[in-house]
Structures are given as C-alpha cells and as structure tokens.
Design a protein around this ligand. Structure first.
Ligand SMILES: [Zn+2]
Length: 148
C-alpha cells in the first residue's frame, strides 16, 4: 500500500501587520503597528520617532487634524441623539444639560483622541502612506514570498 505524503506549504511566522485591522487595533491600543509591543506615544499626542521595542520608524506619520475630525464625528453621533432624547423625554433645565453633557463631551473626546490617532498612524503605516513606503516595501516581499 502506497502512502501519500502531504507536504503542507511552509508558513513563515506571521508578518506583523498582516491585515489593516490588526495594525489599526495595535495603533488604537497605543502600540507600535509593527510589533505590537512598543509604545507609540511618548506624550499624550506625540508619536515617538521610532518604536522603543523594535525600532520601526514612526515619524513619517501625517495624521494632522484627521484624528480630531474623526473624534468629533464619533462623539457627535453618540451624544447628539442622547441629548435630543433626554430633552424630548425629560426637558430638564439647561444647567442639567450642561452638567450631563459637558463632562461627557470632555471625557469622550480626551479618551478617544489618542486611540483614534494611534489607529490612523497605524493605518498610514500599513498602507505605506507618506514616508512609510520603504517600511511597506520591506514587509511586502516577506508576505508575498509565502504565496509563491
Ligand atoms: Zn515596534
């Protein structure tokens, strides 16, 4: 009886940033999009020039005002319906609105700003935007060699 030997295709260890959502999730958590371990931010919104763990250059990012725009859209879409619902249902005094929504707006915007910026920087890194082309070029051969 003949035995058929199956040779499974050799699979290299996963290339960091295999999918955009993986990279974005690492960025959202404030971690390096390449290794997922090093901290992306040196200060609240200051992206480190390079990952302290793996040395991946991060200074190429051009997030600019996009994180702020995105946070405004997200917070607005969550809070405006809530404000309207509370006003319609209970019609509280204006000071109650200020007491409710002021801290909510502050908390949500400050809480989301860094994660959203991290996700945007990670997506720029993953897509090879701006100065990240070289980094993407280094990753691409490893990813396509597996398919060949
Ligand atoms: Zn890293």
């Amino acid at each position: 009886m003949n035995t058929v030997e199956f040779q499974l295709p050799r699979r290299d260890p996963p290339v960091s940033g295999e999918s955009g959502s993986d990279a974005a999730l690492r960025g959202f958590r404030g971690r390096c999009p390449a290794c997922g371990n090093g901290r992306m931010f040196g200060k609240f919104l200051k992206v480190n020039d390079a990952c302290p763990e793996c040395g991946e250059e991060l200074h190429h990012h051009r997030a600019d005002d996009f994180p702020a725009y995105l946070v405004i859209v997200i917070v607005g879409h969550i809070l405006v319906p809530m404000v309207l619902a509370v006003e319609t249902e209970f019609a509280p005094a204006y000071w109650v609105h200020a007491l409710l929504w002021g801290p909510a707006v502050l908390g949500m915007t400050l809480g989301l700003l860094q994660p959203v910026k991290g996700a945007i920087v990670a997506m720029q890194w993953f897509l090879g935007m701006h100065g990240f082309e070289e980094s993407k070029g280094r990753r691409a051969p490893a990813a396509t060699a597996d398919a060949a």
